[in-house]
Structures are given as C-alpha cells and as structure tokens.
Design a protein around this ligand. Sequence first.
Ligand code: 13P
Length: 340
Amino acid sequence: MNTHSDALQATIDALVQRGKGLLAADESGPTIAKRFKTVGVESTEENRRAWRSLLLGTPGLGEFVSGVILYEETLGQCADDGEPLSSLAARQGIVPGIKVDKGKISLAHAPGDEITQGLDGLAERLGRYKEQGARFAKWRAVYNISSTLPSPLAIEANAESLARYAAICQEAGLVPIVEPEVLMDGEHSIERCAQVTDAVLHEVFHALHRHSIVLEHMLLKPSMVVAGKEHVPVNVTEAASQTVTVLNRTVPPAVAGIFFLSGGQTPEEATAHLDAINRIGRRPWPLSFSYGRALQEPPLKAWRGQAANVSEAQRALLKRARLNAAAAQARYSTEDESTS
Ligand code: 13P
C-alpha cells in the first residue's frame, strides 16, 4: 500500500467535484510569450506575475475551478501583497498543481514524431514542488497526426514516459495528471482522429498497468475527438459521440476523472463540446475541463497588460469558468453566452 494513499485520495476528492474543472495556467516561457504577443504584452517576469496574479485572484473563481496547473516559475511568485500565488489559489479553495515535463523534442529515428522529456531528476524536483505547495502534477505527451503519424514507436515511447512519470508522482504523494494530446493541426478527418486517439489511449493504459499506477489516484487529460483544423468542421454532437465512444473503449472506469484540454478550440466550441459530451448517458467517470486557452483567451484580450483592465479581465475569466462548469453538468446553452 502506498504510504501516501490517504493524501492522494484527499487531493482527488478536492479536485474532482461536481460542476468544477481545472484552470491550466502552466504555459512555458516560449508559449506564454506567444500568447502575450497576441495582445501586445512583453513576456517579462513581472508581466507573467501580474497576469497569473490576476487569474488566481479572480473573486469567486473557486466556485467553478477546483485546481490550477502552474508553471515552475509561478510557484515561487507572490501577489502584490506578498502572498505566494500558490497560497492565494489555496485560499480560494483551488488546489495548486505543477507542470513537471520539460517539453517536447523530436523523437530520434521517427521523423515527424515527438517525445516529451523531463524524467531525469523528477523525484527530487517533486520533493521541492511539494514543499512549495503543489499537490498534483501534469505531464503532456504530444502526437502529431497525418495519414502515417504517429508511428507505433511514438505511441509506445510516449506511453512509457507518461507511465514512468505517473509512477514517480504517486510514489512522491502527488496526483498525476496524464495528458496525451492528439493535435488538431492538419486536414485529417474525425475518423482518423478517433483511430489515433484509440491507439494512443490503449497504449497509455497498457503502460500505466505495467507501472502499477493506481487508477483511482490519477486523472486523465485527453484531447477530444474532433476533425483537423483544416478539415471541414464536424458538428458538436458527432464530435461528442465519437469522443465518448473512444473513451468508453479505452479508459477503465476506475480512473478518477477525465478533464479535457481545449487544444486550440475557440472558447465557445470547447464549452459546447464539453456540454454535448456530458449529455451522453453511458460513461463511468466525471467529465470536466482542464482548459488553458479556452479559459484564458477572453480575459487576456480584456487585460492587454493594463492594470486598469484587471476587473474586466477577471469578469471575463469568471464567465468562461461558470459556463464550463455548467457544461460539465450538461446545463449549458449557447444563449448563456450573452450573459455577462
Ligand atoms: P489548452 O486547453 O490550451 O490546450 O491547454 C491545456 C494544457 O494544459 C496544454 O498542456
């Protein structure tokens, strides 16, 4: 029995709450710079601190968000009043977690495929993150999709890394979020996305079993089954149906919860998909959100780096969080978009 079993269960109970999801605010240096550039903000440490203080300080956010995924830098940052950002989150009832992978590189001998790195020294890093208040972790594996990608080698190698990461987390007393992301880039059909997602998840759970992961003490963060961005769009009900079919075929019921990534969907699309998914009956796990862009885009556009816009940006974040929380309970309607 894992000596951390009670702690892991307590974290799961805090994260998996009906009508709540996760805020992914764990963009790496290059990614946050890209997001800031869209609104003309320079990515300085001070601007990143100001932005993430704004997000976590949003009054009432804890009503709809049970956990936040932070980037390493943020764990060491404080709000204007000197309170560490992880405590600010915890005070709102939001469990702080941390992205622990070190990003993706090309997978050798597999042109077009990628592999996520960061396993070396992970156990030691987790010890430090825990002292700084983190209670869960996240590792993202990325799968490029085409008629030939991802290769079986990439599917296997990424599954193995995800499982090794998850084992190290559980041994350290942190709940692992396992994130296999099949990218939306490309002109592939929804059927091709379903085929790849099925193969990826099948291999991920095989590897998790090999590494004795306690499924009750982990969360899955998958991409939805959708058509490629350059393909003609598929309607929301069809995407929801294909997503649930693939998950039912590959994810054991013991998994504590499934929290989707938004992966480049618009905020409205991501909410509509989550709602449609939750309107489908046959599924054993809570299905909620762990969105980055789909939660942050509207507040980022409202903020534009100006202190005077903080309240408006916080209102925009709260609105998206509230609508996604409704979607997680199959209670969203597109008419809700016109509410403030
Ligand atoms: P998106 O919702 O923007 O895909 O971000 C989620 C995430 O954590 C990606 O690793």
